[in-house]
Design a protein around this ligand. Structure first.
Ligand code: SF4
Ligand code: SF4
Length: 92
């Protein structure tokens, strides 16, 4: 699913046991399991780098405390509306 990222995720590859729950539960499907193995012989989860909304669902479904960290990106401040100069006619 395309869309501007509103969050990002980091995975501690040595804490991840490669269960894949986060991959399954991520609504925009922006997590995947790496082909490489970690020290425990598991394929750790990996953020693809796109489309994370910062919803935190992956964090709550992960059984390993500390494996996933979710960051919410701050929205850019909206540009101030241009000030319009209006010249009023003098009241007669
Ligand atoms: S925070 Fe939400 S969108 Fe981002 S990777 Fe986790 S489940 Fe997916
Ligand atoms: S849910 Fe947690 S332990 Fe399972 S693959 Fe994702 S990060 Fe790893």
């Amino acid at each position: 699913m395309a869309g501007q990222a509103r969050g990002k995720v980091t995975v501690d590859v040595e804490e991840c046991k490669g269960c894949g729950l986060c991959v399954e539960c991520c609504p925009p499907k922006c997590l995947e399991l790496e082909p490489e193995l970690n020290a425990y012989g598991a394929h750790p989860a990996h953020y693809t780098g796109q489309c994370c909304t910062g919803c935190g669902i992956c964090f709550y479904c992960c059984p390993e405390p500390g494996a996933i960290t979710v960051y919410r990106l701050k929205a850019k401040p909206k540009a101030a509306a241009p000030v319009e100069e209006v010249e009023h006619a003098a009241a007669l």
